[in-house]
Design a protein. Structure first.
Length: 213
């Protein structure tokens, strides 16, 4: 059977396009799978962070009162975040637009944008408990998987983050001593306090423990 050169050329182009589209689709599926795994891993680490921090806070509040809880947020929270960061090869931290410590916890541009998005969603009626943000971003020629989970103020938080009338005198004195530039007061229950933020370098593989889940 005779085939013209034009037919063979069209056939080869079709096969090439088919192979190319299959490769692109495969890469997209692999990327989606990788992003899903990273999101699941970030959610797990966020829960670990909040569970450990919450446990320490509840214990100190119950046994020693709100003044002792200040030390938990000042010392233990960064220590827990640092431990999780080193364990996973990520940056795990808490950020807020109203920092207690002016030297730490201030959001970068992506985090500021995401906090504003959380606030806008809350203003439209969505609950913070249902929110999270994930995105792959390019920064200085390197790809990062970014994740944020918002944190809302609970009634128990008001003894350290409420109004002057709600913060006991001894707590206020301790805050003034440790945080002379404190912005983290005058909150009401349910308001956005900040978020847990995780930044994963895409060129660092996930810990095997996340892949086995």
């Amino acid at each position: 059977m005779f085939f013209s050169n034009s037919y063979l050329t069209r056939k080869m182009v079709f096969i090439w396009l088919l192979l190319l589209s299959t490769t692109v689709l495969s890469n997209e599926l692999l990327q989606h799978s990788s992003d899903s795994q990273r999101q699941k891993a970030a959610q797990q680490v966020t829960q670990q962070f909040l569970k450990r921090l919450g446990g320490h806070l509840r214990n100190e509040m119950k046994n020693h009162g709100p003044v002792a809880a200040i030390k938990v947020c000042k010392e233990l929270a960064p220590a827990i975040a640092s431990e999780l960061s080193l364990e996973n090869g990520w940056r795990v931290t808490r950020v807020t637009s109203k920092p207690r410590n002016a030297l730490t916890g201030f959001p970068d541009s992506w985090e500021q944008k995401t906090l504003a998005e959380f606030q806008a969603l809350a203003d439209s009626g969505e609950k913070y408990s249902t929110m999270a943000k994930t995105e792959v971003v390019e920064e200085s020629g390197r790809s990062y998987f970014r994740f944020m989970k918002p944190l809302a103020i609970k009634p128990v938080c008001l003894s350290c983050h409420g109004s002057d009338e709600q913060i006991p005198a001894e707590v206020r004195a301790e805050l003034e001593k440790n945080y002379p530039f404190d912005q983290a007061t005058d909150y009401k229950p349910g308001e956005l306090r900040g978020a847990v933020s995780i930044k994963q370098p895409m060129d660092i593989p996930l810990n095997k423990k996340f892949l086995n889940d």
